[in-house]
Design a protein around this ligand. Structure first.
Ligand SMILES: C[S@@+](CC[C@H](N)C(=O)[O-])C[C@H]1O[C@@H](n2cnc3c(N)ncnc32)[C@H](O)[C@@H]1O
Length: 238
């Protein structure tokens, strides 16, 4: 080994790492607590980050900005040339998004309900990736799905959040309190579907949209909000 070359290179790399130049911008995912109720969970965010990195979507649409957590995850994974369009209906989110947009030039916010999606919102382009995490309402989700499907390609993916069930043994007082403001259903004494309409929405897709396939990600080993990936059913080119 050539130590003269090795040592300065090693020092340079260590310095770069310590100064943050070499690090992936995903550190914030790992330092966050795991089970925030209103946002994607940490583990789910790491999955989303990896998925976006794999897919490298050009156009991403997110329904449900809240305070910009999932937007941050998506924006940290897409390149500068890709765009994120986010929707929310509260003044709180509108104001937070206008601050957020100042530091993200490829972020665009629409202050309107998800089912009011219109192609002109996204410059009539195709959508590569969609995150649905907004109304938690079956009819609104169905109307949204019908609006966005003409803009999907064979490769587009939709992630629908909150399709999992909460295991009672992991629930805290905060989780029980949250159930007062969500439409939920105890499936048995030990498990509650904390956003039952998101599950009904997936069942609606399975029953009515046979050109699509769904894959569910949940867990009974931890408190998991869960999500479902939805994509076009198709044969691969051979
Ligand atoms: C669960 S939070 C979104 C969390 C966010 N995706 C995250 O992980 O950081 C749901 C958000 O959807 C918004 N929302 C509710 N109904 C909506 C609708 N019909 N259209 C668009 N946004 C809606 C709420 O105001 C709220 O900010």
């Amino acid at each position: 080994m050539n130590f003269k070359k090795y040592i300065p290179g090693r020092i340079k790399r260590t310095l770069k790492y310590l100064l943050g130049y070499n690090r992936e911008r995903m550190d914030f995912l790992y330092t966050r607590s795991g089970d925030k109720i209103g946002n994607l969970q940490r583990d789910e965010s790491i999955f989303l980050y990896g998925l976006i990195k794999v897919l490298r979507p050009k156009v991403v649409v997110e329904f449900g900005f809240l305070n910009g957590y999932s937007s941050s995850v998506i924006l940290s994974a897409i390149g500068e040339e890709s765009r994120l369009y986010s929707y929310d209906i509260t003044e709180y989110s509108r104001d937070a998004a206008s601050q957020f947009a100042k530091s993200h030039t490829n972020f665009f916010f629409h202050y309107k309900s998800q089912e009011e999606f219109d192609g002109s919102d996204i410059a009539e382009e195709f959508i590569d990736f969609v995150l649905i995490d907004a109304s938690h309402d079956l009819e609104i989700n169905v109307a949204t799905f019908e609006k966005i499907t003409p803009f999907l390609t064979d490769d587009s993916l939709i992630m629908v959040h909150d399709t999992g069930v909460w295991e009672k043994k992991f629930m805290t007082a905060e989780h029980f309190e949250t159930l007062n403001s969500t439409e939920n259903k105890w499936l048995d004494a030990k498990r509650v579907a904390h956003q039952i309409n998101e599950r009904r929405f997936i069942n609606w897709i399975v029953e009515n949209e046979t050109d699509f396939v769904t894959l569910n990600f949940g867990s009974s080993a931890v408190l998991r909000h869960g999500f479902t990936l939805v994509g076009k059913k198709r044969m691969l080119e051979t």
